[in-house]
Ligand binder design. Sequence first.
Ligand code: 4NP
Length: 162
Amino acid sequence: MSQPFSILFICLGNICRSPLAEGVMRSVLQERFPQREFLIDSAGTNGYHTGEAPDERSVAVAARNGIDISTQRCRQLGAADFNRFDLILGMDQNNLMTINRLAPAGSSAVTGLFTAVARDGFAGNSADRGEEIPDPYYGGNADFERVYRMVREAAEALADRL
Ligand code: 4NP
């Protein structure tokens, strides 16, 4: 049997943006393709928050939109991820630079910026030009709302391509 299509979302801390991307993507795919299996996960380029639950402001904005991300736990991106996932998507250019630096030679994963891959697809070259999903960590609720809207839009667009 073939492996399920798999997507790994990456941000810096894996407590604000990528947990939202993981939760929203899983929810969108469940709605669109209830019969299909996917592997959806998230990780951070740093390990400062390893083992922690997502930021409470991300948990709250997800909950306001009917999505529970409270049981996710933070982990750091590692070399093994490059052979486990079809797509590894960064929220911003710094994330993408780190992803590409860590990619082992011969890695099978396609890497790119989340919004760019959602817009342009992932066949062929990696997509790296697009809007960054801004880090809301030092911001307020409005920043988390904006991140949620951007993540939702990109997740819907990416689902159109699956
Ligand atoms: P994230 O946000 O990359 O969206 O999870 C951040 C979370 C934590 C930190 C920075 C960004 N931090 O510096 O601890």
